[in-house]
Each structure stands twice: as structure tokens, then as C-alpha cells.
Write a protein that binds this ligand. Structure first.
Ligand SMILES: NC(=O)C1=CN([C@@H]2O[C@H](COP(=O)(O)OP(=O)(O)OC[C@H]3O[C@@H](n4cnc5c(N)ncnc54)[C@H](O)[C@@H]3O)[C@@H](O)[C@H]2O)C=CC1
Ligand SMILES: CC(=O)[C@](C)(O)C(=O)O
Ligand SMILES: [Mg+2]
Ligand SMILES: [Mg+2]
Length: 352
């Protein structure tokens, strides 16, 4: 366990140096890791574990698209792919990777198979933290922990195949066996985490629900739309407005931030831009901070989790989400983006 200084605060971090894959394989050698749910995190985590030599099986409903996807990904019906209850019965570690809403409905079935000494693994603190809404209360004689990749399951798999890793948080809710730490860290390494930082179930879900509604997904779409609309209402063309709002950020500036921080990105822009950005960033912070404070309150009071449960438990939840995503996709902003993306040299179709 390394202690690293994060801007003046020391935190515990587990890296692959001190917990290599060989150690994870040794710890998990007698485990059967059952991945329940094959949506976004399920495939990424199951395939990375499979490639890392872990005895991983998938539990899915037969006759579904996700069952077929698991087969096309190489999981073999009756050997490494089973109906959900059989996977639950065979698994010694149950990776509960249904959607957070769907975990509620299946919980009574899962609980039946949580026999003493097994482990219940999550990738989000949602079900346990909001247990008054979800009803998810594990028996006392099983380990309960989480590994939460800080990114999409799609990226987790892509980065694994590139020999990279996506960092994850980990938390232990219940250590019935005395082995919860080595189990959770081994699983974190096995699913492809670059390094693991410590949290707890409540802090993970509060920060994650805030982040995805904030800078990572909700707020960023909001500021993209705001700037694009102001540019367009002042006569700028769609391509100019989109390039200045999104394309330059994703193609040039954000990779510089990822490489070496915000000051590095600023320093690689003009002094005109640096002066302006340094003058304006606090105005944007002050304008948006009240919204973030409201957002965090909405998370902490359980409003956001209940909203997610209510909408994502509806039979037509997927259709409703897809309809709103279609509206976003068909907006002028993202239609302009589609054309801009097609112009990238790497997307040009070279005539034979
Ligand atoms: N999507 C991501 O990349 C990330 C997800 N997580 C967490 O990992 C867990 C799994 O998330 P995802 O893979 O995004 O799940 P998902 O939303 O893709 O759902 C996974 C599977 O659950 C089943 N399912 C979903 N809703 C259902 C319903 N209402 N009834 C019956 N079955 C249903 C479907 O088969 C679906 O393929 C969640 O706890 C999530 O918060 C954590 C980090 C990132
Ligand atoms: C990808 C991720 O970390 C999110 C945004 O929290 C999620 O998909 O829930
Ligand atoms: Mg997240
Ligand atoms: Mg999330």
C-alpha cells in the first residue's frame, strides 16, 4: 500500500508494482468469479479477467442479446456461460454488474446464493448505500466490497488491450472472511485497473453520481450547448461554433490536459488565450458552484438515486433513454459534430 501525496493530503493507493498480477492470480486461484450482467462493465471486466487467467464465468438470461454477445465474446454455454441462477450457485465471488435499478429486482435471487464465505462485489456503492431504497442488505457472513472503474467499461477493455489501465476506487463494506482486502485488490488488478485508490461505499456513490451529472456528462453538455448557442445566435456558422466549442477541446486541448495538467495546456496556447482564460475561469466557477452545491445536496438526500430507480425500473426505460439520446444526437450541435468528425483525415475515405 503506497502512501501518496495528493495536493497536500496523503492517501492510500495500491499499484500493480506492489500487487502484481501474479499475486492476484494466486489469491484468486481457487475462486470462481461469476459476472452477473453483461451490459457495459460486465464485458470489460469479464474479458479482462479471462485474459488475466482468472476463472471467470458469466451469468445471463438465455435468449437475450447480451447472452449472444457473451457467446460471441468467447464465453461457452455450459462451461463459462450460464443462466443467472446457475452462475450464482457456481460463483464464489458474485460480481453484481446488472444496472443499479435492475439489481433491486434480482436481489432476492442473488441473496439466496450468498452462502457463508462467498463475496459480493459491486462496481458502484449505489445498492448498499441507498439500501432503504434498494433493499440490498447482504448476509453478515459474506465479504462485501467494490471496485469502481473511473470510466466506461468500454474504455476499461480498450485500455487493457492497449496495455494500459483505467484507475479504479476500491472499498470494503464487510470483511466476514478476513480476506476481503486481498480479494478486492486482486479483483481490481484482474479487471484491468491501472491503480486502486481507497474509498468507502458512501463516498464512492456520492462522488460518482455528482461527477456523472456534473463535469463528466451533464455539465459538459450544458456548457457545450450554452457556448454553441451564443456563437450561433451571433452569426457564427455551425462548423465554426462546433470547432470552437467541442472539436478543438477533444482533439487538441484535452489531450494536453491529460498529458500534464491545465497549466501545461494553457502554456501551449497563445498568450492571448492564456490571459483570457485566467481572467474568466473564476467567473465560470462562481456561476456554476451553486449548481454543483444543489447537485450534491440532491445526491446526498437520495433524490437522484430514487429518480434513477424510478425511471430505470420502468419496462420501457431503455426506449425512453434512447429517445432522449436521439434528441441530443439530432440537435444541430451534434449534427454539425458528425460532419466535422467525418472531415478528420483519419476518417477520410481514400478513393482507390
Ligand atoms: N457503464 C459503466 O461504464 C460503469 C458502470 N458502473 C457500475 O457498474 C454496474 C453495471 O453498470 P452497466 O454495465 O452500465 O449496466 P447496464 O445499465 O449496461 O446494465 C447491465 C445489464 O443489466 C441488465 N439490465 C439493465 N436494466 C435492467 C432491467 N431494468 N431489468 C432487467 N435487466 C436489466 C441488462 O442485461 C444490461 O445489459 C452498475 O452498478 C454501474 O453503476 C461503474 C462504472 C462505470
Ligand atoms: C463511466 C462512469 O464512471 C459513470 C459515468 O459513473 C457511469 O457510467 O456510471
Ligand atoms: Mg463513474
Ligand atoms: Mg456512475
Amino acid at each position: 500500500m503506497a502512501k501518496l501525496n495528493f495536493g497536500g493530503t496523503e492517501e492510500n493507493v495500491v499499484t500493480r508494482d506492489e500487487f502484481p498480477l501474479s499475486k492476484a492470480q494466486e489469491v484468486l486461484k481457487d475462486e470462481v468469479v461469476a459476472v452477473i450482467g453483461y451490459g457495459v462493465q460486465g464485458p470489460g471486466q469479464a474479458l479482462n479477467q479471462k485474459d488475466n487467467g482468472i476463472n471467470v464465468i458469466v451469468g445471463q438470461r438465455k435468449g437475450t442479446k447480451t447472452w449472444d454477445k457473451a457467446v460471441s465474446d468467447g464465453f461457452v454455454p455450459g462451461e463459462t456461460l450460464f443462466e443467472i441462477e446457475e452462475a450464482l450457485q457456481r460463483g464464489t465471488v458474485i460480481c453484481y454488474l446488472l444496472s443499479d435499478a435492475a439489481q433491486i429486482a434480482l436481489w432476492p435471487t442473488v441473496k439466496k446464493h450468498l452462502t457463508p464465505g462467498k463475496a459480493l462485489y459491486f462496481s458502484h456503492g449505489f445498492g448498499i448505500t441507498f439500501n432503504e431504497q434498494t433493499g440490498i442488505v447482504p448476509p453478515a457472513d459474506v465479504d462485501v466490497f467494490l471496485v469502481a472503474p473511473k470510466g466506461s467499461g468500454t474504455s476499461l477493455r480498450r485500455m487493457f488491450l492497449q496495455g494500459r489501465g483505467l484507475n479504479s476506487s476500491y472499498a470494503i463494506f464487510q470483511d466476514a472472511t478476513g480476506k476481503a482486502f486481498e480479494r478486492v485488490i486482486s479483483l481490481g488488478i484482474a479487471v484491468g485497473s491501472g491503480y486502486l485508490f481507497e474509498t468507502n461505499f458512501k463516498k464512492e456513490v456520492y462522488s460518482d453520481l455528482t461527477g456523472e451529472r456534473g463535469t463528466l456528462m451533464g455539465c459538459i453538455q450544458g456548457i457545450f450547448a450554452a457556448q454553441y448557442e451564443v456563437l450561433r445566435s451571433n452569426g457564427h456558422t455551425p462548423s465554426e461554433a462546433f470547432n470552437e466549442t467541442v472539436e478543438e477541446l477533444t482533439q487538441s486541448l484535452m489531450p494536453l490536459v491529460a498529458e500534464n495538467g491545465m497549466d501545461w495546456m494553457y502554456a501551449n496556447c497563445s498568450t492571448t488565450a492564456q490571459r483570457g482564460a485566467l481572467d474568466w475561469w473564476k467567473k465560470f466557477r462562481d456561476a456554476t458552484k451553486p449548481v454543483f452545491e444543489d447537485l450534491y445536496k440532491s445526491v446526498a438526500t437520495g433524490f437522484e438515486s430514487q429518480r434513477s430507480i424510478d425511471s430505470n425500473s420502468q419496462p420501457d426505460y431503455r426506449e425512453k433513454l434512447d429517445a432522449e439520446l436521439k434528441e441530443l444526437r439530432e440537435s444541430e450541435l451534434w449534427q454539425a459534430g458528425k460532419t466535422v468528425r467525418s472531415l478528420r483525415p483519419e476518417n477520410q475515405v481514400v478513393e482507390a
